[in-house]
Every structure is written in C-alpha cells, then in structure tokens.
Design a binder for this molecule. Structure first.
Ligand SMILES: [Zn+2]
Length: 283
C-alpha cells in the first residue's frame, strides 16, 4: 500500500501537471471509485466540472486538490494510481474515473485494479477535508509536534509498531516504513510503547524522517509494482530496503539473517541482533 513517500511523489506530480488547470469533463466509469461520495457519481462529476484546480495538499496517505473552497480528495488504497497523459491514449480496463481539462492538454485518470482506493468531493475541504480531520499530522508536516507525539506514544499499552500504524497518532506510516524506521532506530517492533525512553522515541522519529526523505528522493517504493508516479514510473527505494520483505537475507548492519514474524495478519521484519526481542513484547 502506498505510504507517505509514494503519496507525496504523486502529489508533486499533480502539482506539476494539473494545478492551475480547469476541469472540463468528469467521467465516472466505475461507481465503486466514488463510493464514499454519498451523493453519488453524477453529483461528484457535476461538482467538479468547470472548476480550477489549486496546488494539491497532503496529510499522511491522503492527498487532495483544492477547488475553490472545496476539495477533490483521493485515497489510493492498495493499488490506486493517478496518471496524467495524452488524452487520446487508450483507456485501460482498470480506469475508474477520467478528468479532461479545458485546455485540451493531458488528462488525469484514476486507475485502480483492486478498487480499494476512492475519490470524493469534500464540501469546504480546501484547507483540510472534514473526513480526514481526525488523522494526525505526518512527520514531514511543519505542524508535527515531536513532544506531543512522544507523550501520546508513551501513553499506549501496545507495541511500538502497532502504534506507528495508527493514523490518529501519526499518519503516513505503513508496514514498509515502520519496519525500516524501527530497524534504523534499533528498536524491536514488539517493544511496549509505554516503556520507551525519551531517546528511543527521538531516535525513532529521526529514523522515520530520514527514511521518508530518502525514499522520496528516489520516487518511493514500488514493492508490489502497482505503485507508480503520475507518469506511470516506479520508484526505486525497494533497492534500499534493509529488512522489509528480506526474510533470511543478511542485515546490512551486522549480517545476521533478517527475521519475519506474523503481525496483525501481515508481517514484521527485523534483525534479531540489532533489534533484540523484549522479554514482555506486545503486539
Ligand atoms: Zn543487524
């Protein structure tokens, strides 16, 4: 699933190719793609026709295009792609929504193989759409407060990885970057959040910011090859992953084979030496 660096890469692409342009037609090819827009596909399309798109914004894994006081909000889900290209190219079978522009230039397509992603029109949502107002700031936002995050994290009863995946505590972090940041900070994923010391949290936040910045620099991670930027290109950070998806391969720091544990119906990857398992670990 796309995490912060992937969504930010898409946001930057939209800023370059779509911001400032006026939407002409909106065609919803699959109603599931606008299922969270309660007024339905027709209302969704009508609300956006003729609107000028402002520079896109992002919080965590959500991005939105402000249009006047409102917003077009996107969540890519597992496999959603926002692709900009020549308007006369063929429609792929997984195209869910198509936007054309008054200037007759490149169009914007929401393509989603597994249809877990969605778009919606948020009335009054230009600054921050109300449906994502409960989502915590992400660690690359100026509004992110390290002290407040540390206090809230250390009030948690569960393990540190579970806390990192909770978008109401910190947003933008998913399985890949949680595992990578914990490895960099030398913390086991099952460490009890309420037993972390100040320096642990500080190291973890530094690691998160660092791994996000590095991944952004190479266009994100295209681990399952579904994530691409607005031009359809993959990111390259999968080549720099230290532990995620690397069970049995040597830890880049100490050479010990990377371990995979079952975790919340998914996996947690760690180095058994760099990240010793705590005696009273918690999921
Ligand atoms: Zn190691």
């Amino acid at each position: 699933m796309p995490e912060l660096p992937e969504v930010e890469t898409v946001r930057r692409g939209l800023a370059e190719h779509v911001a400032g342009r006026v939407i002409d037609e909106v065609t919803v090819l699959h109603p599931r793609a606008v299922r969270r827009h309660v007024a339905g596909p027709e209302d969704f399309a009508a609300a956006l026709r003729g609107q000028r798109v402002s520079p896109p914004l992002r919080r965590g894994k959500y991005l939105w295009l402000p249009v006047a006081d409102d917003a077009l909000l996107a969540h890519l889900g597992m496999s959603g792609q926002l692709i900009v290209g020549e308007p006369d190219r063929e429609l792929s079978s997984h195209t869910r929504i198509r936007f054309t522009f008054r200037d007759g230039g490149p169009d914007l397509r929401f393509i989603d193989q597994r249809t877990f992603g969605h778009l919606l029109f948020s009335v009054g949502g230009a600054q921050l759409p109300s449906v994502i107002a409960h989502i915590a700031p992400d660690p690359l936002e100026p509004a992110f407060d390290r002290t407040r995050f540390a206090a809230r994290l250390r009030a948690r009863r569960g393990g540190v990885k579970r806390a990192l995946l909770d978008q109401s505590l910190i947003s933008g972090v998913g399985n890949i970057y949680a595992d990578e940041a914990l490895w960099r900070a030398r913390l086991h994923w099952a460490r009890a959040a309420d037993r972390l010391r100040g320096p642990d949290v500080s190291r973890l936040l530094d690691a998160l910011q660092e791994v996000f910045a590095e991944a952004l620099g190479v266009g994100g991670t295209s681990f399952d090859s579904l994530y691409v930027n607005v031009s359809g290109q993959s990111g390259y950070f999968d080549r720099s992953l230290a532990v995620y998806g690397r069970e049995g391969e040597p830890c880049p720091r100490c050479g010990t084979p990377v371990r995979r544990d079952p975790f919340m119906n998914r996996s947690a990857y760690s180095c058994p030496v760099c990240q010793p398992r705590p005696r009273n670990g918690r999921t």
